[in-house]
Design a protein around this ligand. Structure first.
Ligand code: DON
Length: 528
């Protein structure tokens, strides 16, 4: 089964599974396909993370996060007056980190795949060349991003081929098809060296960016040990730093152990209150401790210590909200709107949970001239200066300051759950800071509230990230009288459109798979 953000990408993955490919092969093919069907987030110019669990239970994590270019500096997004230049960290050539996705897909296939890369990339090439028919939402999104793509790209592109897109129009991407063909024919070097690398560097020269041929040739994806934790009788496997997402998820789940969540009721004031208080504290820790482990010492064991997380809740008042102004990052023992997620399980029980991103929708707005793909604006995930919020309102300090070659802190949390040593669930989400909290809620929906996979994904969500000190809620997420009770407890509310976009697979006790495709997007589940 495959659950992804686009029905055509889902079908590409299911075809690979039918053809004898395993979940890893399908993941690689789905990632290539999403770069064509869903260029607002699917990408070759971005980066991401994948968590794999093989049917025997071994798990591994692949980090293909972008890196800061060699010429990056900690103050590159501060003006002469020391004020943050938000526009520069989010748009145009300087906003892009060195892309990691292509290296990531080769690392995945070469280590764990079965089918040749030519087979896995060809469907994407065909889609780019033969065109994709746009849904109403896709046409709308290109139109919305058109001014940005026109302003920041230095050459016309497939997206600017029409002044206005309508549902039913076909988007042809011949430049992207040729880039994918170079990758098919020359492997990773088809992207990180030669013509594609030159196109990126020329784009940088025209647009005032700093990515060099050396930066591209030197990019490496990194295999990392997964982070593991326990929630009730369930084993949780997720992404380690440089994403904060997996560890925050484990911190938040630990914070719920002391409560009978099911008995307290779904979205009841008591449940929402405790979840918010747990989220608030995890994000306070994020702002101070988390960053690229190659540059920053992260007290991983301390942050995941159950006593530490119990201790974080000592000032929890069951009747009143804690003010974020009084919540400081803890002192752990010293040791020790765009991204897309897809979940895949094959017939043998191998599972892949992969989240990949350009950061913002259509990344930094720069389509690499002649190469047909958008670059990321992941540099905004660094902290430009202590306390300066990024696009998701997240602040940070030294641990996540910009340095050459460093990976910017993420919140992405591709996650796999197991029970009694057997695969239970594969899930993940886009949504920036709302990624770990969306996954947190879907897990509680199934484990504590007894929902099935689709109900758990569809159910309305809320989110708290320490600062700003408000509970962000989807429409109808919390009943009016319960909101009132929470306000009386000292919480503040702000409504928000969609929180996260979770694509998940649940393995039922009899071995059948149930997909949960998020209705907040055009996501689809497919299997056989
Ligand atoms: O890595 C991160 O945490 C962000 N770049 C993710 C951005 C994102 O999820 C946007 N999606 N809606």
């Amino acid at each position: 089964m495959v659950v992804s953000a686009h029905p055509v990408a889902t079908a590409v993955g299911v075809d690979v599974l039918r053809d004898g490919g395993n979940a890893i092969d399908a993941a690689v093919a789905v990632h290539w396909a999403l770069a064509v069907t869903s260029p607002w987030a699917g990408n070759v110019g971005g980066g991401g993370f994948a968590v794999v669990r093989l049917h025997g239970g071994q798990a591994m994590a692949l980090d293909f996060r972008e890196t800061a270019p060699g010429k990056a500096s900690s103050d590159m997004f501060l003006g002469a007056d020391g004020r943050p230049l938000h526009e520069v960290s989010t748009h145009g050539a300087l906003a892009s980190g060195v892309p990691g996705s292509v290296a990531g897909l080769f690392a995945l296939r070469d280590s764990l795949g079965r089918l040749p890369m030519e087979r896995l990339i060809q469907p994407a090439i065909d889609l780019a060349r033969n065109g994709c028919v746009l849904s109403p939402l896709e046409a709308h999104e290109i139109n919305v991003c058109m001014p940005m793509l026109q302003k920041y790209s230095t050459r016309p592109s497939a997206f600017t081929a029409r002044a206005k897109w309508e549902a039913g129009d076909t988007l042809f991407q011949p430049d992207l098809a040729r880039t994918l063909e170079r990758i098919r024919d020359r492997g990773r070097d088809g992207f990180y060296r030669g013509e594609t690398a030159q196109a990126i560097v020329h784009e940088m020269e025209r647009g005032g960016g700093i990515i060099t041929t050396e930066d591209l040739a030197g990019y490496e994806a990194v295999w990392r040990p997964v982070v593991r934790g326990q929630y009730r009788d369930i084993g949780v496997i997720s992404m380690p730093p440089p994403s904060s997402g997996g560890m925050m998820l484990l911190q938040m789940l630990q914070g719920m152990e002391a409560m009978d969540v099911g008995a307290a009721g779904w979205q009841s004031p008591a449940t929402v209150h405790r979840m918010v208080e747990v989220e608030r504290r995890a994000f306070a820790d994020r702002s101070s401790f988390y960053g690229d482990p190659a540059f920053t010492h992260i007290p991983v064991e301390g942050l995941l210590d159950s006593l530490y997380n119990l201790g974080r809740m000592v000032d929890f008042n069951p009747l009143h909200a804690t003010s974020s102004a009084t919540v400081r990052p803890g002192l752990p023992p010293t040791e020790h709107e765009q991204t897309t997620h897809f979940s895949i399980v094959d017939g043998e029980g191998n599972a892949v949970s992969c989240t990949t991103t350009l950061n913002g929708m259509y990344g930094n707005g720069v389509v690499v001239g002649g190469a047909g793909f958008v670059l990321n604006n992941e540099m905004d995930d660094f902290s430009s200066a202590p306390g300066v919020p990024n696009s998701y309102g997240l602040t940070g300090g030294e641990a996540n300051a910009i340095a050459p070659g460093k990976r910017m802190l993420s919140s992405m949390a591709p996650t796999i759950l197991e029970r009694d040593g057997k695969l239970l669930m594969v899930l993940g989400s886009p949504g920036g800071s709302a990624i770990p909290t969306s996954i947190f809620q879907v897990i509680l929906n199934v484990v504590d509230h007894g929902m099935d996979m689709q109900q758990a994904v569809s159910a309305p969500r809320f989110h708290h990230q320490w600062l700003p000190d408000t509970i962000q809620v989807e429409y109808d997420a919390i009943a009016a009288q319960d909101s009132l009770k929470l306000v009386n407890m000292g919480h503040r509310f702000k409504s928000r459109r969609a929180i996260g976009r979770v694509d998940a697979i649940l393995r039922l006790p009899d071995g059948r798979l149930e997909g949960g495709a998020d209705p907040r997007g055009e996501d689809s589940a497919g299997g056989y």
